[in-house]
Design a protein around this ligand. Structure first.
Ligand SMILES: Cc1cc2nc3c(=O)[nH]c(=O)nc-3n(C[C@H](O)[C@H](O)[C@H](O)COP(=O)(O)OP(=O)(O)OC[C@H]3O[C@@H](n4cnc5c(N)ncnc54)[C@H](O)[C@@H]3O)c2cc1C
Length: 805
């Protein structure tokens, strides 16, 4: 056996083999895969082999499209068969919400280049005759859906990788992973030790155990899953005999997927009485066996399936496949460099290996060989969960995810499992004031405050929800008096040391402020993509506070650590500093009445230490609402006291609390972008307008300078624009297509209702050559093309007089 390799991949399932192949494809041939048994010995061998593109996350859907298209390439390279059946698939909708979701997905597919199609019940009957269309109002047909041979495909990846120089060692169990001082790894196996620069954990069902060898907890859990294969079904046999194939049918109402298998059918279920498997760890002697059949669990699902697919009832069951596979808490894979580790990569929790394995392999290989991926991978980045996550949180979330696999996902939906988990000292205060809660990165966040006569629950919807009136009230109190909310859901970092300014100048593209001042700055990747959108506060020449998205803490800390320097310390203080934002025309009066310091000279973008009542605070004059406003940070131990001071002082000035729904409406008035909507690694600073914060004047080779300069010279090919939409009861959410003259030319990044201006607003990208001051477009919302006109000036405080005054 080889004793050294640049990369060792642990696990020879479909995912490990895909990573191996993609590394060779991108030019790394000194790569090795270790498999404790034969290839496919985890979940892979008993998969149903179905593949599809549908995924709520647009980038995940694109990667699923890549995976499916890759199979032909694999067959060509290797001469092996993947057993491909591109039969197409139809997802059924039996109610308006399900149909709305499919229509919204179809709309996204337009600019992704996916040829899906909305079909009527009669068309469904023709395409997929096993379906009883009673109660069906429509469906989405995807010609790319199909199935393959799981084992043949995994071996095709393996062969293609070997052809590219990779080594595969089977019957070689990894028992320890020990890191050397230089960051390289000794991978200890039962056949000897391999020294590697990088490790990839692709151990599937055993990813938790392999992670634990390096002291890493991977938030994933195996779930039991069952599908049935029938004897011959006459209708299917007839289709085959006449040279045809029956397409897949996904029936969300019955939580089932169905396809042809031989001359019969195969049907699998995501049943509600589902069961997590191997809660305390996956046994090492598991691998080639199945779990015992369990019809009790799927009794209701089978009954439903007999009604939807009557042909099933006449067919005998030939075999039952019941096996485990892993999920992360949100159902997406865990991919990328593991935060807090050096040279340790994750390719785990891939619950749909045959839809996603190719994309996962490609993204990870790009990350490893080129330092970054071609697109935003946050939806599958293992850094989207922080170190707050525990097995006790993961398990109920994974169960919830399994149960909701075929449910409608609404843009405003707040999933209830494993909540409340992380709360600030304000939880019960706000709860008593009528808070309707959401959550972000495990943290409870107020979405809005309901009045006594209103429900304490926001109805999930693609249209304007029952939060509309409450949000309007909160927006009004901010714009006309003063609002207060918590600043707990900002990521906060303290950067200290003699090298702090120099380090920030290199990491951030923007100007780093002088003591007592703030600045806004994008953070760029080496290829010039947006990887952060920060406020920098200069507390002193050797101490800076950064604020950014709360959900990106592990993602940002990983970047800071990858770019660490000797003379600077970066601490994540997100949960060590809390407080409030007060904002609106009366905010200054409230602030002044809480402190003996004179704040009349505190300018926009100033930062000061002030004592508010009894509490020492850091106060920054800035607000994401675009209004006059202050962020007031304090020790969480004193937060309740600070609340009492601000709240009492605020009452004569009309202070009301507000939540995230109002915040997101208020930011639209000024067209402020939001992280992962307008600002993400999919976009550059010039495309989004954040280039106005880049300091090309500073004499420093900051990360991303070269591509940003090049883009400044050439100009971006598309630009973020704001639109007023002639909407009815549904506003833009994300990724709705933008049409000009009957063609899709762009897409929306986010939108919503501006309660201040009483207008429906959309933000989205349009090619620069099409942008004119009086640009008119159509935006497709839930299947309807709505007229929209470009807005050239913010809706509120266009000259900044209020914000800066
Ligand atoms: C019943 C069922 C039906 C399914 N149907 C579909 C479907 O239709 N379509 C679809 O896309 N997906 C389906 N899946 C899911 C699919 O099987 C998984 O997404 C996929 O197999 C995950 O592959 P993997 O490589 O990540 O993990 P695994 O297949 O679990 O592979 C991990 C490998 O790592 C090896 N390993 C672990 N620890 C070590 C160690 N210490 N040293 C060396 N080697 C080690 C294991 O032996 C194993 O071979 C189904 C799953 C089940 C259970």
């Amino acid at each position: 056996m080889k004793t050294s390799a640049r990369v060792v991949i642990i696990g020879g399932g479909v995912v490990g083999c895909s990573v191996l192949y993609h590394l060779t494809k991108l030019g790394w041939s000194d790569v090795m895969l270790l498999e404790r048994s034969d290839l496919t010995s985890g979940s892979t061998w008993h998969a149903a082999g179905g593949f599809h593109t549908l995924n709520g996350d647009t980038n995940m859907a694109a990667l699923q499209g890549y995976t499916i298209r890759l199979y032909r390439e694999l067959e060509e390279i290797t001469g092996m068969s993947c057993g491909l059946h591109h039969v197409g698939g139809v997802t059924l909708a039996d109610n308006q919400d399900r149909f709305d979701m499919l229509v919204a997905e179809r709309a996204k597919h337009r600019f992704m280049g996916l040829e899906t199609e909305i079909v009527t019940p009669d068309e469904i009957k023709k395409i997929a005759p096993v379906t009883n269309i009673e109660g069906i109002i429509g469906g989405l047909f995807d010609p790319l859906d199909g199935h393959l041979d799981p084992s043949g495909t995994t071996h095709a990846y393996a062969k293609a990788a070997r052809m590219g120089g990779a080594t595969i060692e089977t019957h070689c169990k990894v028992i320890e992973t020990n890191q050397r001082a230089d960051g390289t790894w000794d991978v200890v196996t039962d056949k000897g030790t391999v020294h590697a620069e990088h490790i990839v954990n692709a151990a599937g069902l055993w990813a938790r155990e392999v992670g634990a060898m390096a002291g890493v907890y991977f938030p994933l859990h195996p779930m039991e899953h069952q599908y049935l294969v029938t004897e011959e079904v006459p209708m299917i046999a007839d289709i085959i005999d006449s040279g045809g194939e029956h397409p897949h049918v996904m029936d969300p109402a019955g939580e089932s997927y169905l396809r042809q298998e031989g001359r019969g059918l195969c049907i699998g279920f995501y049943e509600q009485p589902c069961r997590p498997w191997a809660v305390d760890g996956t046994p090492w002697d598991f691998g080639h066996e199945l779990l015992p059949d369990d019809f009790d669990k799927i009794e209701d699902s089978i009954e439903f399936a007999y009604k939807r697919f009557p042909a099933l009832e006449q067919a005998g069951i030939k075999s039952v496949i019941h096996g485990p596979f892993t999920f992360a808490p949100d159902g997406n894979p865990l991919v990328g460099p593991v935060p807090g580790m050096r040279n340790y990569w994750s390719a785990c929790a891939v619950m749909a290996g045959f839809s996603q394995g190719g994309g996962v392999g490609l993204m990870l290989a790009q990350w490893m060989t080129q330092g970054e991926c071609e697109r935003d991978t946050f939806a599958m980045d293992c850094a989207r969960f922080g170190d707050w996550i525990t097995p006790g949180y993961t398990r109920p979330k994974v169960i919830e995810n399994y149960q909701k696999r075929f449910s409608v996902s609404y843009p405003n939906e707040e999933l209830p499992a494993a909540r409340p988990f992380r709360q600030t000292p304000m939880f019960d205060v706000f709860d008593n004031m009528g808070a309707v809660w959401g959550h972000q990165y495990g943290l409870e966040v107020v979405n809005y405050f309901a009045q006594d006569d209103e429900a304490r629950f926001e109805t999930p919807s693609f249209r304007r929800s029952n939060a509309f009136d409450a949000t309007a009230r909160e927006v009004k109190s901010v714009r006309e008096a003063v609002g207060i909310n918590e600043v707990h859901n900002f990521g906060k970092y303290l950067v200290t040391g003699t090298g702090a300014r120099g380090w920030l100048d290199r990491i951030m593209a923007g100007r780093i402020p002088k003591p007592g001042r703030l600045s806004l700055t994008p953070m760029l990747s080496p290829k010039g993509r947006l990887i952060g959108d920060f406020t920098v506060s200069c507390l002193s020449e050797q101490a800076f506070q950064l604020t950014a998205s709360y959900g990106s803490q592990a993602y940002h800390m990983r970047w800071f650590e990858q770019n660490e320097a000797n003379d600077v310390t970066v601490e994540n203080i997100s949960d060590q500093l809390n407080g409030f934002q007060i904002t609106g025309p009366n905010a200054r009066d409230v602030l002044q009445s809480c402190t003996r310091s004179d704040i009349s000279q505190m300018r926009f973008m100033d930062v000061r230490h002030l004592t508010m009542g009894m509490v020492d605070c850091l106060v920054q004059r800035v607000s994401y609402t675009g209004d006059l406003g202050y962020e007031i940070y304090c020790d969480p131990m004193a937060q309740r006291n600070l609340w009492a001071t601000l709240w009492d002082a605020g009452q004569p000035f009309g202070m009301r609390p507000f939540g995230m729904r109002a915040m997101m409406s208020l930011r639209l008035d000024k067209f402020f972008g939001s992280w992962l909507s307008e600002y993400s690694p999919d976009y550059t600073a010039a495309e989004t307008g954040l280039d106005r914060f880049i300091s090309f004047k500073k004499d420093i080779d900051f990360i991303g300078r070269k591509p940003a300069l090049a883009e400044r010279d050439s100009g971006p090919s598309r630009r973020l624009c704001a639109f007023e939409v002639n909407a009815e009861d549904a506003d833009v959410n994300a990724y709705e297509p933008i049409w000009i003259d009957g063609s899709v030319v762009g897409f929306c990044t986010s939108g919503g209702y501006s309660h201040y201006a009483r207008k429906s607003i959309a933000l989205g990208f349009v090619p620069v050559e099409l942008i004119t001051d009086d640009l008119e477009v159509d935006i497709e919302i839930l299947g309807h093309r709505r007229k929209a006109r470009m807005l050239n000036e913010p809706l509120f405080d266009a000259d900044g007089a209020r914000m800066r005054g």
